[in-house]
Design a protein around this ligand. Structure first.
Ligand code: GLN
Length: 505
């Protein structure tokens, strides 16, 4: 059974539809892998084997009855623990939500349930999605399946480790400043951050509401597109949800895989690892990036450098805007409404209980962000910090708008480095934040961006980022699929086939 767990989801769907495998067998194969490997990898915070098998059997029964099922029916999946799931523990990686079982499903969780997917479990993450290594989780350390001494990226590191390690065929992550793309890059997956507002945020535990987006993390570009299509589309429950038709993504991925990029205009962002902007970038990352740009040219793309000067300010702008919004969003965790409550012994007043709960319930990085954000928003400093950061955000958006006059997509490395050793950056927040250098501009502008594997450096995966104008997510998939197909053909195997399977299962 274990080869099933290294099969892509599109193929699993075909096997299910053809009756060559049952959802129950498939689900059992993943649960066996989780039982065998997750002590070492640490991808999951919660797995309910019985519930998973029960929903798998329901899909099998419906199929046996001749019911018309969608293409995703019976395929297992994992959700980042920031996604609210009815009756299933949801912590956002924080002690403050320990024991909370939400009374409702996030819109994307409901859509995936209705599509007949089987929830294997909830994946580990940096507390409230703040981090780039998953080490800020209040619960456990997650290991990179390529090298257990290294981080799986973050904040969706449980999702990336689960998919790369064969503990889920695909997973949902969320991306505020890079948390889908960077973990995908450092574990050899495809990860896409959709256009802001194109996937419902209803039922995602909010970090920074003007930036948060959920999206797919998968073994292939086509899988990512299929999962993305299943969660996209307007939702009246999310006031920022765009009321536009669901884009045609799987078809773009299939077309892209044919490999013809003739006439596509590609801009290579100078400020993201280009001449004069290589500080902090590993040589191996820049080498794989340059090779992949050359590959785009060989597929017919017209490549030119594009300068986006305001991108140099993306990091400080993001680390003012995101903490500011977080300081407001996290005010709701008061020890009254959800999860943890500390010191409620009858002798303390409400303020003391709230203070004790927040003191013990939040970890150090979350406290740092709340303090930073509260300061940036305080009267007297608002204009100098939050206001300035918003102006920079506008300049970044303008750099993109100008670029789109000349090019169809912009490209960069996804992350300046490969996965670093566990522990290497935990005491250095600035070094941790530097992991987001390449992913932040797209986040601040709300545009779509994908990370696709582009080779190895010292035996570890490197990611290639493709950014497109708002609502042109299909272009990201098309270009990524062309690159994936060309690289697979040259290698004679899929990218993840290079990852030795260690499992005992
Ligand atoms: N690493 C970034 C941060 O810590 C981005 C996190 C995210 O996208 N959720 O804020």
């Amino acid at each position: 059974m274990s080869e099933l767990t290294t099969t892509d989801a599109a193929e699993l769907g075909r096997l299910l539809t053809a009756g060559e495998v049952s959802s129950a067998d498939l689900t059992r194969a993943y649960l066996d892998r989780i039982a065998a490997d997750d002590d070492a990898i640490g991808a999951y915070l919660h797995v309910d084997a019985e519930a998973a098998l029960r929903s798998a059997e329901q899909v099998d029964a419906a199929r046996a009855d001749g019911g018309v099922l969608g293409p995703l029916a019976g395929i297992p999946l994992a959700l980042k623990d920031v996604v609210v799931t009815e009756g299933v523990p949801t912590t956002s990686g924080s002690k403050i939500l320990e024991g909370w079982r939400p009374p409702y499903d996030a819109t994307l969780a409901a859509r995936l349930k209705n599509a007949g997917t089987v929830l294997l479990g909830k994946t580990n993450m940096d507390e409230f999605a703040m981090g780039s290594s998953t080490e800020n989780s209040a619960y456990r350390v997650t290991r990179n399946p390529w090298d257990h001494d290294r981080i799986p990226g973050g904040s969706s590191g449980g999702s990336s480790a689960a998919v790369a390690g064969g503990l889920a065929p695909w997973a949902i992550g969320t991306d505020t400043g890079g948390s889908i793309r960077q973990p995908a890059a450092v574990t050899g997956l495809v990860g896409h951050k959709p256009t802001y507002g194109s996937v419902s945020r209803f039922g995602l535990i909010a970090f920074s509401s003007s930036l948060d987006q959920a999206g797919p993390m998968a073994r292939t570009v086509l899988d990512a597109a299929l999962l993305h299509e299943a969660i996209a589309g307007h939702d009246p429950l999310d006031s920022t949800s765009i009321n536009a038709p669901v884009p045609v993504l799987a078809e773009s991925a299939r077309r892209g895989a044919e490999g013809d990029l003739a006439g596509l205009r590609v801009g290579v962002v100078t400020e993201l690892g280009g001449d004069g902007h290589t500080e902090g970038y590993e040589a191996g990352v820049l080498a794989r990036f340059a090779e992949t740009v050359a590959l785009l040219e060989s597929l017919g793309a017209e490549v030119r450098p594009v300068s986006c000067p305001a991108f140099d300010l993306a990091l400080p702008a993001y680390y003012l805007i995101a903490p500011s919004e977080a300081s407001s969003n996290l005010a709701r965790f008061d020890g009254v409404r959800y999860g943890l409550r500390v010191g409620d012994d009858g002798d303390r007043d409400l303020d003391e209980v709230m203070a004790l709960t927040r003191e013990q319930g939040f970890g150090p990085e979350v406290k740092r962000r709340i303090i930073l954000g509260t300061y940036a928003l305080s009267s007297g400093y608002y204009d100098a910090y939050y206001g300035q950061a918003q102006k920079v955000r506008t300049l970044i958006t303008r750099d993109f708008t100008t670029a789109w006059e000349d090019v169809d997509v912009l490209v960069s490395p996804t992350s300046p480095t490969v996965a670093w050793p566990v522990g290497a950056r935990v005491d250095d927040p600035i070094a941790m934040y530097a992991a987001d250098l390449c992913t932040l501009p797209a986040s601040l502008a709300g545009i779509p961006a994908i990370s696709v594997p582009c080779g190895l450096s010292d035996g570890l995966p490197v990611g290639f980022q493709v950014m497109a104008p708002a609502l042109a997510d299909d272009r990201c998939y098309q270009v990524a699929a062309a690159l994936e197909a060309a690289q697979d053909a040259a290698r004679g195997s899929r990218f993840l086939d290079q990852l030795p399977v260690r499992s005992a299962a």
